[in-house]
Each structure stands twice: as structure tokens, then as C-alpha cells.
Write a protein that binds this ligand. Structure first.
Ligand SMILES: *Cc1c(COP(=O)(O)O)cnc(C)c1O
Length: 378
């Protein structure tokens, strides 16, 4: 049996053309026509915001925080239930993350805990947090209206981690354009890839220009190298951007395939007592279902997610446990945490299923069959 992987790079066919052009014109540098074109296509797709192509999604979050004014000693509120790359850039700024729990509908930042955290940090430190980092986990849009309302009340910038959410929408608006800044990832396992890359979505052309300035070593406009602030080497290469241009031609196809895979899992697993396929809470939410995820009810199913993961692995099917919350990570042991056990409980009960857009219906059926046969009911 062929191995079924979680989420693989999926080429459309025209990527090579753009990469070959970069070679033909010797544009083997960061910046160049593919970078401009890739940014232009992303802006057109998103319908809002000014896009700056970068070397990684992590770099995009970092520059978003820098542009939001995050400095040494500041605090930044971050969703706990996420990948470490959402929170690590806070430390790159010399700032300290404060983690908040998720709410059960979307699995993302709970606006009530957010407010409690802001108030308590103000009491404890005399200062407001500098930024808020909500995440659209597994592609599911966070409750951005509530989060933005709290942020606006206190005048705090929102840096949306939309690394997993390219093409997800909330009441018709694209994830990544809902906060002050948005970050996308084009890592190999995401919706589209540039082999490695990311983008920062900025609210104005001025801020996008500032992001480019920081991403190219913060060189002042003088005939010699002159620096007033610390810069970074974060621009996307013209070769990688060529892959991105080709990937933009198949983005819509990739999105509809991920959503079709989610529908198929719902059909094949939705009726099994004790299995819940994570779904859009209301029709306002339109997740890209980057990964289809399930939770197991321990009162009905004896098999734990990790036992299921191991059994599926033995059947040559790759699955992954949900993200282990940041407040449960040794590296963030000392960071303040506001919340209950929503994220922790999801971590204990959930599993990510193979969801790559190159998977066929028969692959999804094989995964669903294997799950149905492996789980032991109580
Ligand atoms: C992938 C990912 C990132 C980081 O993106 P890179 O391009 O790998 O640096 C950040 N946050 C989340 C939630 C991600 O899944």
C-alpha cells in the first residue's frame, strides 16, 4: 500500500516556466519580476491589502510585529493553541508572549479571555500589550469581529497569523486582510508553496514599503550603506517567487479540492458515534480546510488519538496530533496564560487527517476505512 501523507507540495505544471525565465534572465536574486508578479497576483486574489513577499511565514509575523511597534520588554497576546512559529517572533523582538485560550467553535482565540488578559496585564504591568496574534488554525477563520472589537477598544494592533488560511473567508472577506497586518506561509505543506516563503499583508502602500525596507537590511537611501534601525534579510528570492506565480494559477483548484476532501471525510466519518469532524460553525465561516481534523469522544471511543495515529501509521497513513498549546511548552513555561482547558482538551482529543490537494477520493476512503476499523468503541 502506497504511503498517504498529511499534506504534500502539489505542483500545477507552469511553475517551471517562471523559474526557467528567472534563469534565462539571470534574475537569481531576491527581488525581480517574479516577486513583483507574485505579489500582484496575491493582491488581486485577496482583493484588499498590500502584499510583501518574504522568505517565510515566520518572517512575515516577525515584520508584522516590528511594524506594529513591538519592542524589547513589550508584551504581545498570542493564541496558545498554535504552532510555535506564531509565538517565537514575539521573542525575536525581545518582547514577551502572553497566551490565551481558544473557544470551542473555531478552536481559535477566545475574545473573552483576550479582554481578561488585556485588563490583567494592564493591572500587573501598567502597560497595554503592543499586539494581538490570533491564528486561523487548520484554515478555520478566528472570530475576528469580536477580536478586532476588543483590539480597537484598547487601540492594540492585530497581526493575523493566516499561515494556514490562504483562501479561507469570514463573511466573504479573505483571512489575512481582517487584522492590522496579516501573515501567509508558502511552506511545502501549505495551500500553495514557493518551496519556502511567506507574505506580509499590510494596510497601506506606505507600510508595505516600510516592510520591504526592513526586509532588505534597512538600508537608508544614500550612496553608501547607512542604517538607522536594525534590518533583516527576509525578501523572497525571484526563483522561489516563480514557483509562487505558477502556484497562483492552481490556487482555486487547490482550495476546492481541500474543501471537497473535507466534505468526503464528513460523509465517510460523520455518522460514526464518538467522532466529530471539525466544521464551519456557521455559514459565515468558510474554512479552506487546509487540514481536516477530527476529535474523538473519550466517553464513546476507547482508542486515544495517539493510539489511532500509531495504528494508521502501521497502515502507511500519516496523521498528526493537534498542536500542543504554547502554554504547555517547556520553552514558554514562564509566560502568563489566561484561559481554561479548551485548547488542552482539544489537544488531548484531536487528530489531523491527510488532506493534501493531490490526494484522490480513493485515498480518503482508505483513511476513513482504516479509522472506522481501528477505533474501539466503549
Ligand atoms: C506554517 C505556519 C507558520 C510559519 O510559516 P513558515 O512559512 O513555515 O515560516 C506560522 N504559523 C502557523 C500557524 C503555521 O502553520
Amino acid at each position: 500500500m502506497e504511503r498517504i501523507l498529511l499534506s504534500l507540495a502539489h505542483m500545477g505544471g507552469t511553475e517551471r516556466k517562471y523559474v526557467d525565465e528567472a534563469f534565462a534572465d539571470n534574475w537569481i536574486v531576491p527581488l525581480g519580476p517574479n516577486v513583483d508578479e507574485f505579489e500582484h497576483r496575491l493582491e488581486k486574489f485577496l482583493g484588499a491589502g498590500h502584499v510583501v513577499a518574504l522568505s517565510a511565514g515566520t518572517a512575515a509575523i516577525h515584520l508584522g510585529l516590528v511594524l506594529a511597534g513591538v519592542e524589547e520588554g513589550d508584551e504581545v497576546i498570542c493564541q496558545s493553541f498554535t504552532f510555535s512559529a506564531s509565538a517565537n517572533p514575539v521573542r525575536y523582538c525581545g518582547a514577551n508572549p502572553v497566551f490565551v485560550d481558544s473557544e470551542p467553535d473555531t478552536w481559535n482565540m477566545d475574545a473573552n479571555w483576550l479582554r481578561i488578559a488585556i485588563e490583567d496585564r494592564l493591572r500587573a504591568t501598567g502597560k497595554l500589550p503592543k499586539a494581538i496574534v490570533p491564528v486561523h488554525l487548520y484554515g478555520m477563520p478566528a472570530k475576528m469581529d469580536e477580536i478586532n472589537a476588543v483590539a480597537a477598544e484598547y487601540g492594540i494592533a492585530v497581526v493575523e497569523d493566516a499561515a494556514e488560511a490562504l483562501g479561507s473567508t469570514l463573511h466573504g472577506e479573505e483571512c489575512g486582510t481582517l487584522g492590522t497586518f496579516g501573515a501567509l506561509s508558502f511552506n511545502g505543506n501549505k495551500i500553495i508553496t514557493t518551496s519556502g516563503g511567506g507574505a506580509l499583508i499590510c494596510p497601506s502602500a506606505e507600510l508595505a514599503a516600510r516592510a520591504k525596507f526592513y526586509a532588505t537590511q534597512a538600508r537608508e537611501d544614500r550612496p553608501y550603506y547607512y542604517h538607522k534601525v536594525i534590518g533583516y534579510n527576509y525578501r523572497l528570492s525571484n526563483v522561489s517567487a516563480g514557483i509562487g506565480c505558477g502556484q497562483m494559477e492552481v490556487l482555486e483548484q487547490h482550495l476546492s479540492r481541500r474543501r471537497a476532501i473535507h466534505e468526503l471525510y464528513k460523509k465517510l466519518l460523520g455518522h460514526i458515534d464518538g467522532i466529530t469532524v471539525h466544521d464551519n460553525p456557521t455559514p459565515e465561516y468558510d474554512s479552506n480546510f487546509w487540514l481536516t481534523t477530527i476529535t474523538l469522544d473519550p466517553d464513546r471511543i476507547k482508542t486515544t488519538p495517539d493510539q489511532l495515529r500509531i495504528a494508521l501509521n502501521n497502515l502507511n497513513i500519516e496523521t498528526r496530533l493537534l498542536w500542543r498549546p504554547m502554554h504547555m511548552q517547556p520553552v514558554y513555561e514562564s509566560a502568563p496564560y489566561y484561559g481554561g482547558t479548551v485548547a488542552e482538551d482539544l489537544f488531548n482529543r484531536g487528530l489531523c487527517l491527510p488532506s493534501g490537494s493531490s490526494l484522490e477520493d480513493k485515498d480518503i476512503a482508505r483513511v476513513a476505512d482504516a479509522i472506522a476499523q481501528t477505533i474501539e468503541k466503549r
